[in-house]
Design a protein around this ligand. Sequence first.
Ligand SMILES: [Zn+2]
Length: 85
Amino acid sequence: MCARCDRALSDLADHIVPAREAIVQAQQSGKYPFDRNAGYFLRSNLQGLCRPCHYTKTNEDKTHVGPWPSVMDAEAARPKKVYSF
Ligand SMILES: [Zn+2]
């Protein structure tokens, strides 16, 4: 389901913090010195949205003022999958 309206099926994977900013943060963290696209695929920064909600959010992101939340903090707080084999 769409993470925003919770009414429509999600069509797209949306970057909660825009991808360009997420990549900059990941690079500045120094955790991924050999991955130029680190930050793009952080699971904690992705959500499923329907197209109308994604359109609305994209416009909001374009007019965003001030600092973005830390994608690295969010990723560190993400529950990790526990494997049992
Ligand atoms: Zn929606």
